[in-house]
Design a protein around this ligand. Structure first.
Ligand SMILES: [Zn+2]
Length: 371
């Protein structure tokens, strides 16, 4: 009996083996989390396989409802413009050009990467024939990196393939969004079309920006980011013995850290969606200068920055800065597309003017968020 009581004493908090209790708690929490996640995923698969079209209709319907804020829902019924309506036809015709250009953009990235992989393989072969072989090792490393990038763009290609759906809701909010829950769906709210009165070039930029979010898989990566943050919190809290205030303080600090890191990640996603969006718009023969100016049109229409799109897409200097750094390349690409008649553009000057006029964001983003 004595060894057993010694063992129990060692496992108690403060005992020399108390780490075993903590390790067991972490393992048990991990096991429960994986089991819940697995069960949820299987249930989702079963539901989708039973009625794929019905599931998609339900998803679209729930996001149409979510595009209305509660105040708006009290005065009007959420609905979708049918595909023969003028608003829907306009969005789908601009959108169709954007989808083709986005696929071309991805194909161009992949073809450039494949050319680079072949060149690096030749370099590695030549270097291995003539020692020292550190050059060969470097070329092999670069080729591995290029292959990883190609896998990224291959996944983007899969996300873009298939039929795209354009959903124009009758909400009067100025917003457009995509969601990882409904792949290849772009939601455009009537308010964006009627209040902003975008030209085709401007509408193209909004759609290309949203499509770029799906191309780069920002929605799923944001979800994953949130899950990782929650798991980390679970892990830390399971390691600590609950001691009231300490647990509260750790939990609050971790939530704050997770919020700050999420905001940083969102800003990076927005800048990436702008840059890819502008590439796609240019490739589709829309005017990139007019497309870039679209961002300031949101601010001019809504100086209080109260529209849903502006709340989730503040015209931050960092977004314009990134576009500015790429303006030379985008201009050169545009000029190379002779059939588009892009010769007269001065994208850099237009972006610089926007950059000088842009004020730092003053309103914190809040739900419902466009993405
Ligand atoms: Zn966005």
């Amino acid at each position: 009996m004595a060894p057993f009581t010694t063992l129990i004493a060692r496992l108690q908090p403060g005992g020399s083996w108390s780490w075993v209790r903590r390790a067991y708690r972490v393992a048990r929490l991990g096991g429960i989390t994986v089991a819940i996640y697995g069960a949820g995923k299987t249930a989702g698969h079963i539901e989708v396989l039973a009625d794929p079209d019905g599931m998609r209709r339900q998803l679209v319907h729930s996001f149409v409802e979510r595009s209305f804020d509660p105040g708006e829902r009290r005065t009007m019924t959420p609905a979708v413009h049918d595909e023969w309506s003028a608003l829907h036809r306009r969005v789908s015709s601009v959108g169709a050009r954007i989808v083709v250009a986005a696929r071309e953009h991805v194909a161009a990235q992949r073809s450039e990467l494949r050319r680079r992989i072949a060149q690096l393989a030749r370099e590695a072969q030549l270097a291995s024939d003539a020692p020292p072989s550190s050059q060969a090792a470097r070329a092999a490393e670069d080729a591995d990196e290029a292959r990883a990038q190609d896998a990224y763009w291959a996944a983007a290609e899969r996300r873009l393939s298939g039929q795209w759906q354009w959903v124009v809701t009758n909400s009067q909010a100025v917003n457009a969004f995509v969601t990882p829950y409904c792949p290849r769906c772009v939601f455009v709210l009537e308010g964006l079309l009627t209040q902003l009165q975008p030209t085709d070039d401007e509408l193209a930029m909004v759609i290309a920006h949203e499509l770029a979010h799906q191309l780069h898989d920002h929605g799923s990566r944001t979800l994953q980011h949130g899950v990782e943050g929650a798991l980390l919190q679970l892990l830390v809290l399971s390691l600590l013995d609950p001691t009231g205030l300490l647990e509260l303080a750790v939990s609050a600090t971790m939530q704050l850290g997770s919020y700050v890191s999420r905001r940083q990640f969102d800003r990076e996603c927005e800048a990436e969606a702008d840059a890819t969006g502008l590439d796609i718009v240019t490739r589709a023969c829309f005017d990139p200068v007019a497309a870039a100016r679209m961002m300031s049109k949101f601010v001019e229409l809504d100086p209080d920055r109260s529209s849903a799109w502006l709340r989730s897409h503040p015209l931050a200097a960092t977004r314009l800065k990134r576009l500015l750094s790429q303006s030379g390349r985008i201009e050169a690409d545009a000029r190379a597309r002779e059939h588009c008649a892009h010769e007269q553009l001065d994208l850099r000057a237009a972006l610089r003017a926007l950059y000088e006029r842009s004020a730092p964001p003053t309103v914190a983003p809040s739900a419902p968020r466009g993405s």
